[in-house]
Design a protein around this ligand. Sequence first.
Ligand code: TYM
Length: 333
Amino acid sequence: MNKQIVVSGIRPTGFLHLGNYFGAVRNFVRMQEDFNCYFFIADIHSLTTHPTPRDLQSGVKQVLAEYLACGIDPEKATIFIQSDVPEVSELYTLLNMNAYLGELERTTSFKDKARQNPDNVNAGLLTYPVLMAADIIIHKAKYVPVGKDQEQNLEMARKFAKRFNHMYGKKVFPKPKPFTFDGGDMIKVPGLDGSGKMGKSEGNAINLFEDPKSIRQKVMRAVTDSGPTEMNQKKSEAVENLFTLLKIVSTPDSVAHFDALYNKCEIRYGDLKKHLAEEIIAYTSPIRDRIIEILEDDLYLAKVAKLGAEKARESASKTLQEVKEVIGFRKLF
Ligand code: TYM
């Protein structure tokens, strides 16, 4: 039986952090066994923030090495760089004709980014969800493993796929769905600053590549509160976030241990943080060692990217051909 198709990507804007790992990459690694997976580095998307050529290049290399270090196997999954597959940009152009200003302007991530950087509200930012839809539907993906923050972009991808099918009266694209392993909610990994999600630009992240000393420092500086004063008191957002991180990296036993101490008003946040830091280090250290090793091997990285580009182009060009025929482009001469 044919395997279901899966697509997902990450922008190469520096190092991968725990949010990227637990929200996306860990699922990539699990999914590669049973699905036909396309995992890419979204270098075109990253241009909305105008990286220098040097930063762009080192970012791409870093994410490629990190994908491999996390356990994505280029023999099992297709790993590629978005700009190596020009068919994606072509489909993006075509999809743009059926994407409307109003709906694009209403996207939360567009509004957030426009608010954060009022001097750089470029068209790429506005049509970001269209390019993302092109990434996904060009391989006719059924599933997209992403974190909670990408939920709306994924809804847009579904909308564009459906609209195209409807417009031409042909079922060219399946409707891509978010993927979670237990069928539960999409994941949101919190940051260390007491509010919101972990994110690179928020300055509240721990990277996979982070060294142990820096992990300890960051975790020890994480925001907490003055401690519970009543039995079974509701946790503040900052403390809840630390427990969420602990749940992600640690065992149920240690979560239950600190929970019980909290409920009895006997918790010492310093102890909780020390434990959390060591659990994070245990998780990231082996990955960090592999990243360092793989980054040394340019030849291997180039080989992986080349193989991935070939496989991704094969799939993308088939869909693009079909799309062009459906639209009505014909060879006249
Ligand atoms: P990006 O590069 O911001 O993030 C990559 C992946 O990491 C997840 N993630 C998180 N998950 C849980 N908690 C967090 N704190 C957290 N921070 C990041 C994101 O949900 C994402 O899965 N637009 C995308 C890249 C992209 C893409 C695509 C994804 C481009 N085309 C097609 C899927 C399919 C982005 O900027 O992700």
